[in-house]
Design a protein around this ligand. Sequence first.
Ligand code: CP
Ligand code: NVA
Length: 303
Amino acid sequence: MHPNFLSLADFSTEELSDLLNLADLLKEQQRTGVDHRELKGKVVAMVFEKPSLRTRMTFEAGIFQLGAHAIFYPDKLGARESEADVARNLTRWVDAIVARTFRHESVEIMAEYASVPVVNALTDRLHPCQVLADAQTLREHRGGLDGLKIAFVGDGNNMFASWANLATRFPFDLTLVCPEGYEGDEAIHAFAAKEAKGSVSVSNDPAEGVRGADVIYTDVWASMGQEDEKSARALVFAPYQVNAELMSKAKSDALFMHCLPAHRGEEVTDEVIESDQSIVFDEAENRLHAQKAILVALMKNRG
Ligand code: CP
Ligand code: NVA
C-alpha cells in the first residue's frame, strides 16, 4: 500500500475497497460503542492553509476516537518556513501529517521529506478524502458504485478531479457537465480517458449531461483561492445551477450530492439541497469514518 494518501490514483481497486470496508467497520464500532482506540498514544499534526469545517472537525474528532491526539497548525507554508523544513520538523515529533494546502506540490514535498504518512486534506488539485467518504455514502445508498451514472455539474475542479481518479478504479460512468473552458486539469482527463473502468466524458449541455443520471453532484463555482473570479464565474455557471428542473432530467430517484459548503441560490437551490433526494449530510457524516480508516490503514502500515 502507498505510504501516503495524496491521490486516489495511488491506490488499487482492492486497496480502496479495503479502506471502504474498514470505514464501514469503524462506523459500526463508533455507533455501537465498541472501543477502537487503534492509534492509542499517537500524535497527528494538522497543517491547514485554508479554512475548513468538515475536514478539520472530522479529523480532530476521529483522531480522538482512535485514542490519538491532534495538533493544529494554521499557517501558510513557504512564507515563514518551506514545506520541506516544516515536514522535516514535524516528522521528528508526530506520527502522521494531515495537510490542506493551496499548491498540490506542497503535500507532495511534505510526503517526500517526512518519514510519517502525509494525508491530503484538500489541495487546489485534489480532494481524495471527500471522494472516499462519498464512495462510502453511495455504497450505503446504492449498494456500490458499479454501473452508476454520475453527473458532476459545475467546475472541473479538485472535487471533479478526485471523482475522475475514482472512475479509474470502479466501473461507473462519470460526466462532467460544465461550461466550455472549465473542464479543469487536462492531465486528469487524459489519465481518466486511458484508465477509466467505465467512462469519463464531458458535456457542455446541462440537460443532456444529466439525462438519466443516478447521481447529480455539484460543488461551489469558485473554489477557495478563486474568490476574485466569483462574480465572473457566477455569470458563466448560471445555466448549470442544480435546481428542480435540472433534477427532473435525471432518474426520478436520482440522488443529490454536494461536498459542502453549499452556496444556496448559486450552484444549488434550497429546494434541491433540502429535498428527500439530497444526501449531503450523510456525505459529511462519512468524512469522519472514511478518514479514520485512512489514518488507521496508513499508520498501522508504517508500524
Ligand atoms: N467538504 C469539505 O472539505 O468541507 P470543509 O472545507 O469545511 O472541510
Ligand atoms: N472545490 C472546493 C471544495 C471545498 C470542499 C474548494 O476547493 O474550495
